[in-house]
Design a protein around this ligand. Structure first.
Ligand SMILES: Cc1cc2nc3c(=O)[nH]c(=O)nc-3n(C[C@H](O)[C@H](O)[C@H](O)COP(=O)(O)OP(=O)(O)OC[C@H]3O[C@@H](n4cnc5c(N)ncnc54)[C@H](O)[C@@H]3O)c2cc1C
Length: 377
């Protein structure tokens, strides 16, 4: 699986291998037995998410001092993704929540939530799909807010937000009423933390998905929710989103890398009994090993510098994310063809990988949005 190339990157470029190593151990020992239950939606792995937090999986990208560096967070997420794509997605949700709080200039908020989020004591995620589509001219903001004394009153609904539960938090954005805007940089958008324990916020379970059912994903309704100033992440939101957007996207590479590594393992596992016939397939595990090593090297290079404001850097981030989605689907598709009937069994993880891979390609920014962003820039 290109393991030589992977270990070269890990040896020379990985700042805190012990965190990713510990995460990999917990993933093997405690997450692997839950993976099928998570996939079928009967398990939401809150305890394991907290365990990952205890060994530092959610805090490495927001060091108390010095510049942010996403490499360790991505490697830890990849280790989780090797075992369970749904949990790697929840890892991304948690990491983005930490990323929002850690970058907020609302120091009261950062002080109140920073530790809880980064240690996994408090779990949660992000409702930025709609705003990310809004900033790139694809749809309008779904939440509206009205200024009142000491905060805002927010109403509207988001169709899907993951890694949620009754005591969870997530970051999202509303548009100030009377100030519509759909292009990045326009005033009137405010980013805030939603508190799921607020009685004016309703979490509605979603219809069953193709995969990701154990990810604590809900439709979220805001019925005139009072959002106090203490929960405001950024006002105005646009410059803040510009600052955090590369990190938001780069962290998703962890989901792809983990999934691709496991697809290579799956192909290798059937090499013994089926190698004599699988060698006629056009895509072989060794090629995916090379691709994974390339994607990893590019990800690690970009992840050291998530505040880079250059347009060329931003284009590289978008292009990498697009390749990561394409490569995930291609690797999972190849794993299915290599496995044959074995992988068609519901009990085999090859078909789970295929379903998970499509999520990497459709979660915001989806393949079509990434292509639009490249076309527009
Ligand atoms: C399992 C799962 C978990 C997700 N978790 C999160 C999350 O944590 N945070 C987050 O912000 N986003 C989340 N999303 C949304 C995701 O990131 C994408 O935005 C979504 O998959 C669609 O993206 P798209 O660009 O392909 O949009 P499209 O599918 O092309 O269009 C999306 C728009 O179409 C409408 N629409 C389409 N289908 C439906 C439907 N069944 N019900 C209601 N409206 C619909 C909505 O207006 C929606 O905004 C999740 C989606 C899924 C499937």
């Amino acid at each position: 699986m290109g393991s030589l190339a992977l270990s070269r990157v890990e040896a020379s470029d990985q700042p805190a291998p012990s965190i990713a190593g510990e995460v990999a151990r917990i993933a093997r020992e405690q997450l692997a037995p839950l993976a099928m239950g998570i996939d079928d939606g009967s398990v939401y792995p809150a305890d394991v998410m907290r365990k990952f937090g205890e060994v530092g999986a959610w805090g490495s990208h927001m060091p108390p001092e010095g510049p942010a560096d996403l490499r360790c967070a991505i490697q830890a997420m990849a280790a989780i993704g090797e075992v369970c794509g749904a949990t790697a997605f929840m890892a991304w949700c948690q990491n983005t929540l930490v990323w929002y709080a850690g970058n907020s200039t609302n120091l009261k908020l950062a002080k109140r939530f920073g530790d809880g989020f980064s240690t996994g004591r408090v779990l949660g995620g992000t409702g930025l799909s709609n705003p990310m589509k809004s900033f790139f001219g694809i749809e309008r903001l779904k939440l509206k807010g009205r200024k009142v004394d000491g905060g805002y009153i927010v109403r509207g609904a988001l169709p899907w937000v993951s890694n949620l539960g009754p005591d969870h938090y997530f970051g999202t954005i509303f548009e100030r009423e009377g100030e519509p805007g759909i292009a990045s940089g326009e005033p009137g958008q405010v980013m805030f933390l939603a508190d799921c324990s607020d009685p004016a916020i309703t979490l509605t379970p979603c219809k069953p998905f193709l995969a990701m059912d154990g990810t604590g994903t809900y439709g979220v309704q805001f019925r005139d929710v009072f959002v106090p100033d203490e929960l405001i992440l950024a006002d105005p939101a646009a410059p803040f989103v510009k600052k955090i957007r590369a990190g938001f996207i780069l962290l998703q590479a962890g989901m792809a890398l983990g999934l691709i590594r496991d697809c290579i393992k799956i192909m290798d596992e059937v090499g013994g009994p089926l190698g004599h016939i699988n060698r006629y397939l056009p895509q072989q595990p060794v090629q995916f090993g090379e691709l994974a090593a390339e994607l990893e090297a590019e990800t690690m290079a970009l992840a050291r510098d998530p505040y880079n404001e250059e347009e060329t850097y931003w284009r590289k981030v978008i292009a990498l994310r697009l390749r990561a989605g394409d490569a995930s689907v291609a690797a999972a598709h190849a794993a299915m063809l290599h496995c044959g009937a074995r992988g068609y069994l519901k009990s085999h993880r090859a078909q789970r990988r295929l379903r998970e891979a499509y999520f990497v390609a459709i979660v915001t920014p989806a393949t079509k949005q990434l292509r639009k962003m490249l076309a527009d820039s």
